[in-house]
Ligand binder design. Structure first.
Ligand code: AKB
Length: 314
């Protein structure tokens, strides 16, 4: 990667990925884009307002900056997609198609995230294999499987260097997530610091894969820098650092904040989404093909999250 256009740069991943890439590749080499106008703080490098559903505008931004890589993050997450399925399909698929077409015409590589949501019924919940039937029951999951297939198509038919990760729930202190099912985990840490208690909309005992944001950022770069000859599974790799449920996060928080109180008020929509997903992915293909190696377990992540949130939250 030399010059990189990032879409959805103001979202949960983009907020942290853009500075991470700028540190590594140089500020001027990373062009942050989002549908919103540039925030005042966005002075650390180039920024362009871009609606990813506008194919011509997409092409122009990438061409103008002579980018060789597109990191396409703009998408609706699971809970929002379930509330607005038509728009979610249009944005998640239309934006990706524009990214791939631009890449095809300008010779770029493409990274785009898939998700644990790309799996549904009919797979083992524990150790969900890299290659398994993908029959998701959520609109978000359907868009993610379709995205994986579309990325494969552009690779096989046009030689576009497409790569992706089936990301688990990402936990970070820097940017609040929006519209996901795994967001409860981030909310719990934030509320633990700001109010000392949290009411979870996901039921106790509901396991999902999660990963701390620094491991996600490192994994994206590691995959994009990997030797293409070793990538048998390009779109997309199972990745996860831990399989956890709300009570485990609560217990980890209580080790540092003994008075932290965790209650439950289950939201049936997000609970159903969570139950349709795997409990724990098999990540061996990512380990073998490009050296996936997350650093943070639940304890280390909790210590870091609480330390950082105490500095940030009132
Ligand atoms: C969501 O909850 O929708 C996302 C995801 C797992 O893809 N965090």
């Amino acid at each position: 990667m030399r010059t990189i256009v990032v879409t959805g740069a103001l979202g949960q991943i983009g907020t942290e990925l853009v500075p991470y890439l700028r540190e590594r590749y140089g500020a001027e080499q990373v062009i942050a884009t989002d549908v919103k106008a540039a925030p005042d703080a966005e002075e650390a490098g180039p920024y362009a307002a871009l609606d990813v559903m506008d194919g011509e505008a997409f092409y122009e931004v990438v061409q103008k900056h002579r980018a060789d890589t597109i990191i396409h993050l703009a998408a609706l997450l699971s809970a929002t997609a379930e509330a607005k399925p038509l728009f979610a399909w249009q944005l998640n698929m239309g934006g990706l198609l524009n990214a791939l077409e631009t890449a095809r015409q300008l010779g770029c590589s493409v990274f785009t995230p898939s998700s644990i949501a790309a799996f549904g019924a009919g797979v083992p919940k524990l150790g969900t294999p890299q290659d398994a039937p993908q029959r998701p029951s959520t609109l978000y999951g359907i868009s993610k499987v379709s995205g994986e297939l579309l990325c494969d198509y552009y690779y096989l038919k046009y030689g576009v260097d497409t790569r992706g990760l089936r990301l688990p729930g990402l936990i970070s202190y820097a940017a609040a997530p929006g519209g996901g099912t795994t967001d409860y985990a981030v909310d719990m840490y934030r509320q633990a610091v700001s109010s000392g208690s949290y009411t979870s909309y996901i039921a106790e005992g509901t396991y999902m894969d999660m990963m701390y944001m620094p491991d996600a950022l490192e994994s994206i770069v590691r995959l994009m820098e990997a030797d293409p000859a070793k990538l048998a599974h390009r779109n997309a790799y199972n990745v996860s650092a831990m399989s956890i449920e709300p009570g485990m996060i609560g217990a980890a928080i209580r080790k540092q904040l003994p008075d932290f109180r965790l209650d439950y008020c289950v939201d049936p929509v997000r609970q159903a989404i969570a139950e349709s997903w795997p409990d724990a992915l098999d990540v061996s293909a990512a380990e073998e093909e490009w050296g996936f190696r997350p650093q943070y377990d639940l304890g280390a992540m909790t210590a870091d999250m609480l330390r950082e949130l105490r500095l940030r939250l009132p």
